[in-house]
Design a protein around this ligand. Structure first.
Ligand SMILES: Cc1cc2nc3c(=O)[nH]c(=O)nc-3n(C[C@H](O)[C@H](O)[C@H](O)COP(=O)(O)OP(=O)(O)OC[C@H]3O[C@@H](n4cnc5c(N)ncnc54)[C@H](O)[C@@H]3O)c2cc1C
Length: 448
């Protein structure tokens, strides 16, 4: 039986980041995933990278009218989704080669197959037994399914099948008002697809700032996205014309569409892993239980990323992976003390970090809210989109910035400055007083 100092299961952002850190530190590391094509995980293969590549085309399309006003004589004939899918595969392949190169440079070995725990120091990978001193589990998550919307990959699809569409549907009903639902609503809407977005909650993006969520709802409705909130699916019937949905909401209604995209959330993925064989515990939602240092019930086995109950972002998985790897290398018990930004690449974009206004009020913290609108930002106008705002939540007593929320152009870039401000406990005066490039979207901070 082959033995390794560390075995990492899953080659998504959590797994490959941890493996590279360990390899660079000279630790004999084996990284396991199902096939070589799985390297990069959900993020690279069916998550962050393909969605953002699709959304980039949507952004260009939505700006066409503005740039035509600027005299740019371009004719937008529509989208060849097959070509976009091909280009996306090309981008993914290039990025995957980059990850493989980093793994090889760090001296990490790879093995392809499905890993299953035999005991607390052994995994079985397609019949081969591998021993380890320590292990990191990074097996990710998968799209949640419900019996009322059985995914057939053709009429009722999950986010994964969007990248396999060979034509743009005439109409799509997106079930789920979370980040994935809102991003795909943006994508399809930009190319003239009739979009109905069905959200169970009374606001889109239930975890986000209320002010931001309301602004997104208004923007979606202005772009002719039919948004139904406090609504749920009672029945779905697939027929030769597409799908007919019976929806309960303010009133019961039926809608017909060519395709239904089910984006109701994601569940931790541990199928076939048999963590119980190693004495690892899962909580009632199926997440692997860890302590602050990312150790499972077996202290030599760690878990990071979407398979544990922390925010499901690739950047969160990266951060957790680095900390878990560092703890293995140093024997320490570091925890994640970093501010974790949340991002949605809808149109308009959304990003936030730290304490939300509502949370501060619930916790009885005396706050002041400063808000600035992109209407006064020169670069936003030049970019053809001056909608939205940025706001910061400040502690009234200390003037320290506790949180920030942005909706508008390049929000997912501007947020980094807010992350620094919240993490480093800057006061509003310190942040606003820093010199910002003119003209830039980040300059919005000057008007706070
Ligand atoms: C449509 C969509 C869009 C997204 N957009 C963003 C975004 O813009 N920004 C962002 O930060 N996040 C985004 N995410 C979330 C992001 O993709 C995840 O948070 C991230 O991929 C989690 O990384 P991970 O390493 O925990 O798991 P994953 O990336 O899911 O990787 C897990 C890997 O483990 C492997 N595996 C599982 N079980 C086994 C086993 N038993 N043996 C061997 N291998 C196994 C899988 O094959 C997989 O490759 C998006 C997700 C989706 C679905």
């Amino acid at each position: 039986m082959k033995e390794y100092e560390v075995v990492v299961i899953g080659a998504g952002p959590g797994g490959y980041e941890a493996a590279i850190e360990l390899g660079r530190a000279g630790i004999q590391t084996l990284l396991i995933d199902k096939t070589k094509e799985h390297i990069g995980g959900t993020c690279l293969n069916e998550g962050c990278i393909p969605t953002k590549n699709y959304l980039q085309s949507a952004e260009y399309a939505s700006k066409a009218a503005y740039f035509s006003d600027c005299g740019l004589e371009l004719e937008l004939k529509g989208l060849d989704i097959g070509k976009l899918a091909e280009k996306t595969v090309h981008v993914k392949n290039e990025l995957r080669s980059g990850v493989v190169w980093m793994l090889e440079s760090a001296g990490v070995e790879t093995l392809y197959g499905s890993a299953s725990f035999v005991d607390a120091h052994t995994v079985d990978v397609s019949g081969e037994r591998i021993g380890f001193e320590k292990c990191i589990i990074a097996t990710g998550a998968r799209a949640r399914e419900v019996s009322v919307l059985p995914i057939d990959g053709k009429h009722i699809i999950s986010s994964r099948e969007v990248f396999e569409l060979d034509h743009l549907p005439k109409s799509v009903a997106i079930v789920g008002g979370g980040p994935i639902g809102c991003e795909f609503a943006t994508f399809f809407n930009a190319f003239g697809v009739e979009v109905t977005l069905i959200a169970r909650g009374s606001q889109l993006l239930s975890g986000e700032d209320e002010d931001v969520a309301k602004t997104l709802l208004r923007a979606f409705r202005k772009s002719n996205i039919n948004v139904l909130t406090s609504a749920s699916i009672l029945h779905a019937e697939v027929n030769e014309n597409g799908v007919e949905l019976l929806i309960s909401g303010e009133r019961e209604e039926r809608i017909r569409c060519e395709v239904v995209l089910c984006a109701i959330g994601r569940d931790p993925y541990t199928q076939g892993l048999n963590p119980e064989n190693a004495g690892i515990k899962r909580n009632t939602k199926g997440f692997i239980e860890v302590n602050g240092a990312f150790q499972t019930a077996q202290k030599h086995i760690y878990a990071v990323g979407d398979c544990i109950d922390t925010p499901a972002f690739a950047h969160t998985a990266y951060a957790e992976a680095r900390i878990a790897a560092h703890n293995i290398i140093s024997g320490g018990l570091d925890t994640n003390t970093h501010i974790n930004p949340s991002t949605i690449f809808s149109h308009p974009q959304i990003a936030s970090c730290g304490l939300r206004e509502k949370e501060a009020k619930e916790q009885g913290i005396k706050i002041e809210v400063k808000k600035a609108f992109f209407k006064v930002n020169a670069k936003a106008k030049i970019l053809g989109d001056d909608s939205g705002f940025a706001k910061i939540i400040i502690c009234s007593d200390s003037n320290v910035i506790l949180g920030a929320a942005i909706i508008g152009v390049e929000a997912t870039e501007i947020i980094h400055e807010m992350v620094v401000a919240v993490e480093k406990k800057l006061t509003a005066k310190e942040l606003i007083g820093m010199i910002h490039v003119h003209p830039s979207v980040s300059e919005i901070v000057r008007y706070l």
